[in-house]
Design a protein around this ligand. Structure first.
Ligand SMILES: NC(=O)C1=CN([C@@H]2O[C@H](COP(=O)(O)OP(=O)(O)OC[C@H]3O[C@@H](n4cnc5c(N)ncnc54)[C@H](O)[C@@H]3O)[C@@H](O)[C@H]2O)[C@H](O)CC1
Ligand SMILES: [K+]
Length: 482
């Protein structure tokens, strides 16, 4: 099963791989035509009732495969208001091809003159909530008729995120849904078929720009703190690493980032930037006596990033174990902190970000074959009950169920500090997204930022170069179709 918004991610990933949405629409339309043939014989009268989105576009395609039926196509709304180029192109093709079409300007003009079959293509995965006019009146007329109703993707009025059917929704006899079934379809009193529309498996396996579409829904009315507060627990023997993480979290959209670090590196850390909020504690390195203080602070943050620059002193690692076992939120665990993950008993959701060497120390098996690595990491994550991101030329992310592979990044990124940047991005994204999605988007964005930096700096790129590239990768310049 896949939700409407995750379907949009896969769709955009398919486009990134080279299968444009219009090509998928052609397959969808063909599948709809096959369903019509299943429920009626050639010559039967078919009324296509289409909305102005891509759901309607699928039906316009279907019409071209139904020449031996008596088909009339009704567009609800003016052709100029069709919302996508590809749906409009398919509408224009019907008009230019002398197919029987009409446009319905307002609901009072909608009439259904007893067709054998209705193709319900008003609304698909793009909507939620009760139907508005003229769709509402059209749905009532469809439900009142004796026609066999074939719904495209979902019955119009069904929310494909949560599977809730609006009261005004169309009652389908048959649903042709695309690629995978959607929430709520199993509960319908209708025959549901899933049509393969030729989406490559790679569109779900590999992280691509479509994955970043999950970031599109930030509430414009949100205030400071609502888009993530991240606590970085790091520093001691090193001061640069936690600063790299914290700045990356800010560039990845977190509202507030605090760094808890030993007093000895507090000033140095603050010197790295006025955007950082430094919370120093007594001492030269993290020790078990700080656990209570850190846990109290962690409770007021959405996520914790623990590990960067902490070092591997026995006392420090014991404190790491204390923090992880007392914490119940989401934590990104990186660097030396990773060594304690296999021992720890915790209620927290952990996102572990080892490179291959650290993965081996955690008990994972290392291989150069990325396909083998996906199986290994998936099993390891399932056994651990946590999300694991193993870095490499092909990065592998898994929570034991969903397993993704990332191909961005380059050899220039073997320079120190790029892993700290990744941990920071992951912490920021995990404040609002599911762990496996946050890790997948973060590793894609980190690699993409590295690719952009590489264009300018070649093998001379350094980790701080990535910071300034992150916003463009995540929001402004990610490419793709409108
Ligand atoms: N990979 C795939 O699964 C493919 C699916 N395709 C089809 O595309 C639709 C989704 O299309 P989209 O353009 O995103 O949205 P819709 O057509 O569902 O509707 C958008 C349309 O509806 C208006 N609207 C929003 N809310 C309401 C409301 N409550 N009442 C009335 N109207 C509403 C909104 O303004 C828009 O105009 C998917 O289901 C598949 O059928 C593609 O073929 C590509 C492959
Ligand atoms: K529909």
């Amino acid at each position: 099963m896949i939700t409407g918004s995750e379907m949009a991610v896969v769709d955009e990933n398919a486009a990134a791989i080279g299968i444009p949405r219009k090509q998928l629409m052609e397959s969808s339309g063909h599948a709809v035509a096959r369903a019509v043939r299943d429920v009626a014989d050639a010559g039967a009268s078919v009324r296509v009732v289409a909305g102005r989105g891509n759901n309607g576009g699928d039906a316009f395609v279907a019409v071209r495969f139904l020449d031996d039926f008596d088909v009339t196509t009704s567009l609800l709304g003016r052709p100029e208001t069709i919302t996508t180029d590809i749906a409009r192109e398919n509408w224009d093709a019907l008009a230019a091809g002398e197919y029987d079409t009409e446009t319905v300007r307002d609901s009072s003009a909608f009439e259904l003159d007893g067709p054998d079959v209705v193709v319900d293509a008003m609304l698909g995965t793009g909507i939620a909530g009760d139907l508005r006019e003229p769709e509402r009146t059209a749905a009532a007329a469809i439900d009142a008729s004796d026609a066999t109703v074939v719904s495209v993707d979902v019955p119009s009025g069904m929310d494909a995120e949560r599977g809730v059917l609006a009261e005004t929704a169309v009652e389908a006899d048959r649903v042709v849904t695309f690629h995978d079934t959607k929430p709520g379809l199993a509960d319908l009193d209708a025959e549901v078929t899933v049509a393969d529309i030729g989406i490559p498996a790679a569109a779900e396996r590999f992280v691509e720009r479509g994955d970043l579409m999950r970031l599109d829904d930030r509430d414009p009315g949100s205030h400071k703190g609502q888009n993530g507060e991240v606590l970085v627990i790091g520093g001691g023997p090193y001061a640069g690493a936690p600063a790299l993480s914290a700045k990356a979290a800010l560039r990845a959209g977190a509202d507030l980032v605090r760094v808890a670090c030993p007093m000895v590196v507090g000033r140095e850390l603050q010197g790295f930037g006025e955007d950082l909020i430094v919370r120093p504690y007594q001492g030269k390195q993290l020790e078990p006596k700080q656990v209570g203080y850190l846990l109290q602070m962690a409770r007021h943050h959405d996520t914790v990033v623990i590990g960067p620059g902490l070092g591997d002193e026995e006392d420090t690692l014991e404190a790491v174990e204390g923090v992880l076992s007392g914490y119940s939120g989401t934590a990104v665990v990186d660097a030396d902190a990773l060594s304690r993950v296999p021992n720890v008993d915790t209620e927290a959701d952990l996102i572990c970000t080892p490179h291959q060497g650290e993965f081996a120390e955690m008990g994972g098996r290392v291989t150069d074959d990325w396909e083998q690595r996906t199986d290994i990491v998936e099993r390891f994550a399932a056994d651990l009950g946590q999300t694991v991101l193993v870095k490499g030329e092909y990065d592998v992310v898994s929570d034991g169920e969903t397993t993704r592979v990332n191909r961005t990044g380059n050899a220039g990124m073997t320079v120190g500090g790029t892993g700290d940047v990744l941990a920071g991005i992951t912490g920021a994204l995990a404040a609002t997204e599911r762990p496996v999605h946050a890790a997948a988007m973060a590793v894609y964005a980190n690699g993409k930022a590295g690719d952009r930096a590489y264009e300018r700096r070649n093998n001379g790129l350094v980790a701080t170069d990535l910071h300034e590239e992150i916003p463009a990768v995540l929001w402004t310049d990610r490419g793709g179709e409108a």
